[in-house]
Design a protein around this ligand. Sequence first.
Ligand code: SF4
Length: 354
Amino acid sequence: MIKRRKTRPVYVGDVKIGDDAPVIVQSMTDTKTHDIEATLDQINRLYQAGCEIVRVAAPTEKDALALSEIVKRSPIPVIADIHFSPRIAFIALESGIHGIRLNPGNINDEGKIREILEECKKRNIAVRLGVNSGSLEEKLLEKYGYPTGEALAESALNWSEFFEKVGFKNFKVSIKGSDVLQNIEANKIFAEKTDIPLHIGITEAGPAGKGSVKSAVGLGILLYMGIGDTMRVSLTADPVEEVKVAYQILQSLGLRRRGIEIISCPTCGRIEVNLPEVVKKVEEKLEGETLPVKVAIMGCVVNAIGEAREADIGLACGNKSAILFKHGQPVKRVSEEEMVDELLKEIKSMKAEK
Ligand code: SF4
């Protein structure tokens, strides 16, 4: 069991982050925010995939003005990314938004930041305080030479102190760099010094395949250390993929369970069925299933019995057939042609039982 870092609670709308809440999964839309229907359509797809908080970009006034309609119709809390502009921040705050993302390093005007925080406090709006390697303050760049993990943590600690000094506590922090080790170091230093919840992510991780691996390594290490109250996997892909990968990472560490977890063997010379095809079909048919079920699909009986015992349901394949297991007990023998349908039928009945 992973012992999670003790943090104070922060609420984005009705979603609790930190304290005893599970690691909350976030994503970000890639539509033009002023295209309200397209944005809401994507938010709904993200919600169906398990996204719990969504961020939308508000780079222009036109986008910020679309927020009130989006907030009204979104099934999950919405955070506005206000980039460099305090003017846009104020439009967003009036829209009823649940949270804003603010990179003080981008605004670089303590007076303006204080004004935004006062408005957030008045309206009970949460803030994500963002520190990025690309917008680190000059004085820290001079001190450290480049954006080291230590430099990023120092920036986040300094701004957190500023937020608290002006009486604002409803915030979480994200410290992001695209380098995995820099990221881990920065979050670790920050986590040791405060109880402020952390939003973790590897920024600009890359395309779906490589980016998922990079995120799994970077975020997996942090989560294993108990660090991370909410997370986003950043991929150059459909944002729904980000949500799926986030749950896979959390599932691998036993931190969340959602949907089907498939345990399948790598196959070898013992195989006597087309296992990759069976796994592909099962994956496709169970796409979007939210019932947390562990399914073992093994090529032969060598490891199958043991794996099937750990799984909720499984197939131990043999010569053009398989033994269907449920909760570690053999249920029946099925042919290669019928094994996918039989497995799905059993999962359906498990769902009905629940
Ligand atoms: S489960 Fe059987 S078929 Fe699959 S890799 Fe192991 S030994 Fe090979």
